[in-house]
Design a protein around this ligand. Structure first.
Ligand code: DX5
Ligand code: ZN
Length: 236
C-alpha cells in the first residue's frame, strides 16, 4: 500500500456547536480541508446533532469539502437536501435503504462522491453488487448515534473489518476508499491505517482531545498515520 494519501475528516458535531463558524475557522487554520457532517434524524439513531439549515448556513461560510454522513430512515429526502445544498460526498446507510441502487445513481448524477455506510455488525457481502459504483465505504466502528455516550467503545473487530474490506476491494480490482468513523482515537490510528483505512473521521478521541490544541492533536494524528503506513511497508 505505497504512497497512500490518508485524509482527516473532522466531525463537526464534536466541535463547539454554539460557535460553529469559530470552530470551522480553527479547523481551516490547521490546514484541514474536509468537514465530516453527521445528519442524524433521531429515529435511525437516538441523536440529532445538526440540522439541514445548519448545513445550508455552513455552506455559505466555507469552501471546505463537506463529507456528509446521513444516518436516517428517509434517505432519499436527506440525499436530495444535501444535493441541493452542494456537498462533495454523500454517504447513506445501507441498513435503512430500500432503493440502494437508486440512491447511488441520485448521488452520482449530482456530481457528488457516493458513500455507503455500514453499521458495525453489517456484513460486507451487502456491498456485492453496488461496490463498483461507490467512491467510499464508511465503516461505523461504534453504534451510530451514540458518539456522545462515553460508554460507547470502539467495536473489538474494528481492525479485522477494515482489513476484510481492504482485501475485498483489492480482490475486485477497485480503488474504493475506506472511511472509518467512531472512536478513531490517537492510539488506534496506526492499526486502522495499516489495515487499510483511507479517511479518518476525527472526533473527541483524536482531533478534539481536550487539553491539546487542534494543531497538537493533528500532529499526533499525522504521526500515527505515518506509523500505520510504515507498518504496511514491513515485509511480512
Ligand atoms: C459518529 C460520528 C463521529 C464520531 C466522533 O457517527 O461521526 O462524531 O463518533 O469521533 P469520536 O468517536 O472520536 O468522538
Ligand atoms: Zn459520521
Amino acid at each position: 500500500m505505497q504512497n497512500r494519501k490518508i485524509s482527516i475528516a473532522p466531525s463537526i458535531m464534536c466541535a463547539d456547536l454554539c460557535n460553529l463558524e469559530k470552530s470551522v475557522r480553527e479547523i481551516e487554520r490547521v490546514g484541514i480541508d474536509t468537514l465530516h457532517i453527521d445528519i442524524i434524524d433521531g429515529s435511525f439513531s437516538p441523536s440529532m446533532p445538526l440540522g439541514i439549515d445548519t448545513v445550508k448556513q455552513l455552506r455559505k461560510i466555507t469552501n471546505m469539502d463537506f463529507d456528509v454522513h446521513i444516518m436516517a430512515k428517509e434517505n432519499e429526502f436527506f440525499i436530495q437536501e444535501m444535493i441541493d445544498i452542494g456537498v462533495e460526498q454523500i454517504t447513506f446507510h445501507i441498513e435503512s435503504s430500500v432503493h440502494i441502487d437508486r440512491y447511488v445513481n441520485l448521488i452520482r448524477n449530482s456530481g457528488a462522491k457516493v458513500g455507503i455506510a455500514l453499521n458495525p455488525a453489517t456484513p460486507l457481502s451487502v456491498l456485492d453488487y453496488v461496490l463498483p459504483q461507490c467512491d467510499t465505504v464508511l465503516l461505523m466502528l461504534i453504534n451510530p448515534g451514540f458518539a456522545t455516550d462515553k460508554g460507547e467503545k470502539q467495536i473489538s473487530y474494528a481492525v479485522k473489518k477494515v482489513k476484510d474490506l481492504h482485501r475485498y476491494i483489492q480482490e475486485k480490482g477497485l480503488s474504493t476508499r475506506i472511511e472509518v468513523d467512531g472512536r478513531v482515537s490517537l492510539e488506534s490510528i496506526p492499526s486502522l491505517v495499516d489495515a487499510g483505512a483511507d479517511i479518518l473521521v476525527a472526533g473527541s478521541t483524536s482531533l478534539f482531545v481536550k487539553g491539546n490544541s487542534l494543531a497538537e492533536n493533528k500532529q499526533i494524528m499525522e504521526k500515527g498515520i505515518s506509523e500505520g503506513i510504515s507498518l504496511g511497508e514491513v515485509v511480512r
